[in-house]
Design a binder for this molecule. Structure first.
Ligand SMILES: Cc1cc2nc3c(=O)[nH]c(=O)nc-3n(C[C@H](O)[C@H](O)[C@H](O)COP(=O)(O)OP(=O)(O)OC[C@H]3O[C@@H](n4cnc5c(N)ncnc54)[C@H](O)[C@@H]3O)c2cc1C
Length: 363
């Protein structure tokens, strides 16, 4: 698989796809990454980041990713993506194409290549890396009998609240990740850097994730669920004044200080979006010359807190498997990748499912 003729097409230019592109370029491949969105995708709150692992997997010094250091390193999703995108743009051998949607993998006609249909026409490579997230289209080729992620039976209200806006301030909190419970609900809250990357008190933001198992009817009415499949999420402008009023009231009642004031502020100032939680327990990670990484490969409850970490482990395993082999052995390398990663990712997703069952039984 070595040499300039080895070409990977990465579908999806979010965290997994960007890391995959960097790791494959480092392993000697030329890479084309195709991303559906034009410009910076909207949304994003906070996530845990292991900068050492990012550096090891991508070969890019990730110390420049701003993090709030506490009982874990917490980053803002948008700043991590921006860091990876800039690293990609600096790296020779990676072409990044925006505003192009892959519609699906073409049924193979040639033994030594693979092609996709996209809005830019047919694109051909030696290997396709599906990094197209929870609603993956590449998964439909790898696992045609089980192509979609299912609804986990609960949702998350998420947002980023500027620390400086929290009425009364944070009482010295905001560094550590905290988990709080209330009847039917659970809250995970932690500080992340400000939009400019500042991490000093007063300039950070609070990332909150509020688990809510009582909104399935709302999600159906708003078209976020089709049957048991998650097909969309809720932006703040889709929420009625009545609902935001109710959520603000619940925030004040359910959550301890300072998070009651913080989240009530977020809810009433548009710093809220609703995400139905999806889960995908994979039985395949690769087929022929198509391989899945990140949320395309496996979707675990956010409560596991390990989505990005496992995407990095996928990419590390993939890059190791395709480094130094022969072009003809791509399929064998991808089978070995699947063999290596499948048990771990199944365990991760299963642990999130067990947490979800226990949470829903208490809700
Ligand atoms: C806008 C956004 C915000 C997020 N915010 C957070 C957050 O705050 N905290 C957190 O823990 N996780 C967040 N996530 C999810 C997080 O990125 C993943 O759980 C994890 O990091 C693995 O990412 P991924 O790259 O596999 O999937 P995703 O991040 O979902 O990325 C998939 C990418 O593929 C692109 N894509 C999808 N379909 C196609 C197609 N057919 N053709 C071309 N491109 C396609 C999408 O536009 C997207 O950029 C966010 C994801 C997105 C897209």
């Amino acid at each position: 698989m070595r040499g300039p003729e080895s070409h990977a097409l990465v579908v999806g230019g979010s965290l997994s796809g960007l890391c995959a592109g960097l790791a494959l370029a480092r392993a000697g491949w030329t890479v084309t990454t195709v991303e559906r969105a034009a410009g910076e995708p909207p949304g994003g709150a906070g996530l845990g980041v292991d900068r050492l692992l990012v550096s090891e997997v991508t070969g890019v010094d990730a110390d420049a990713i701003p993090v709030v250091r506490g009982n874990r390193d917490s980053a803002a999703w948008g700043l991590v993506r921006q860091f990876l995108l800039e690293a990609t743009q600096r790296t020779a051998g990676i072409e990044f194409i925006e505003a192009t949607t892959v519609r699906g993998i073409r049924q193979p006609t040639e033994p030594d290549s693979v092609s996709v249909d996209s809005t830019a026409g047919v694109l051909t490579a030696d290997m396709v890396v599906g990094a197209d997230g929870v609603y993956s289209v590449t998964r439909g080729f790898v696992a045609p009998d089980h192509p979609t992620a299912g609804y986990a039976g609960y949702m998350l209200w998420r947002g980023l609240v500027p620390e400086a806006e929290v009425p009364g301030g944070l009482d010295g909190r905001g560094t550590n990740l905290e988990v709080h419970g209330a009847p039917g609900a659970q809250l995970v809250v932690y500080g992340v850097p400000g939009p400019d990357g500042r991490t000093d008190p007063g300039h950070r933001r609070v990332s909150y994730a509020w688990y809510d198992a009582s909104r399935t009817d709302l999600l159906r009415r708003k078209g976020c669920l089709q049957g048991d499949t998650v097909v969309g999420s809720l932006s703040s402008d889709q929420l009625s004044a009545e609902l935001t009023g109710e959520l603000a009231q619940l925030a004040r009642r359910n959550w301890p200080s300072p998070w009651d004031r913080c989240i009530a502020w977020g809810v009433t100032h548009g710093e809220i979006f609703g995400t139905p939680v999806a889960e995908y327990l994979p039985s395949r990670l690769a087929l022929r010359r198509v391989v899945l990484v990140g949320d395309a490969a496996h979707v675990a409850s956010p409560m596991t807190g390990a989505g990005f970490q496992n995407a990095l482990l996928d990419v590390a395993a993939l890059a190791a498997r395709v480094r130094g082999g022969s072009r003809a052995d791509v399929e064998g390398a991808l089978r070995r990748y699947e063999h290596q990663r499948l048990p771990d990712v199944r365990e991760l997703v299963s642990s999130g499912m067990a947490w979800g069952r226990s949470y829903r039984s208490r809700a």
